[in-house]
Design a protein around this ligand. Sequence first.
Ligand code: KG4
Ligand code: ZN
Length: 348
Amino acid sequence: MPEKSKNKNNKNIYILGIESSCDDTAAAVLKNGQIISNKVANQAIHEQYGGVVPELASRAHQQNIVPVVDLALKEAGIDKQDLSAIAFTEGPGLLGSLLVGASFAKSLSLALGIPLIGVHHMKAHVLAHFIEENTMKLPQFPFLALTISGGHTQIVQVNNYFDFNILGETLDDAVGEAFDKSAKIMGLPYPGGPLIDKYAQEGNPKAFKFTKPKVAGLNFSFSGLKTAILYFLQKQTKEHPDFIQENLADLSASIQYTIVNILMDKLKMAVAQTGIKRIAIAGGVSANSGIRKALLEAQQTEGWEVFIPKFEYTTDNAAMIAIVGYLKFLDKRFNDLSITPKARMTLD
Ligand code: KG4
Ligand code: ZN
């Protein structure tokens, strides 16, 4: 028998957010729009394989989900009976990983007799900007979101909480993959994005020149860059076997500079096309110091209003799932138990 919800007369709205789309198992509790706990269990197991292994990820989610949710509730100082609704990542992501979060969320919502809310992972990255303590000011609609992660690279016009319009996207690799694959070519462990960022701090961004891809309109392509880096390094290491080690900082800085320029060029085109100068970045790659610096510069040079999330809300987290859960809860956008996770889901 489902347990009866005890929060009927409780004015506080508590949302539990659960995220399990890739290799992080995360849970967060939001009280009346404020995050009161935000927990994540990372999976170190994938480092040795140079990328996320889907079977190992779903197994680790199964081990982590109960302790992570327990920890999030404990830190929030509430009991599961206090919850008003459960929000979980519906997709896109690794199916086996999504299934763990979805099954857990469904069982808990059924047991507690409270609403279930499916959340789009990339919309959640964008709407993380509406976590109140996240940014000093909230973006006004419409704004442009640059969603940059290990699986996505898009420029999206956000008209309101629930109306997203993709203006351009990658035709091949995501920008996070461009960072990770370049890092892998240089012998760095997965995920290499943060390491390239770290080594780039000491390097000269103009030391090596990698040509930018020519892609029409607001779409992106990153697979050519990876191949260019591979051929360049194969040629150099043939003559100087220690080339990579000796030039790691300059190589990292040059790769980061090229990627940031590609993103900034397209953003400028999107602003010219839409006339919208409010820019928000979202997704794991928005932790990158190069893109943050370029955007802050554009505030001065281009007159943009830039929104950069707090570091803990850039990579995968459950606080962003909980905030979307809250927005949907207020709008009574609930799902029934027939909802299934989806590996692919479009944003608009
Ligand atoms: O959003 P996210 O945590 O997971 C996905 O949904 O993909 O993004 C992960 C991606 C990885 O490719 C990782 O290398 C990249 O974000 N990343 C970075 C940085 N921090 C994370 N890339 C460049 N510089 C960083 N500082
Ligand atoms: Zn993500």
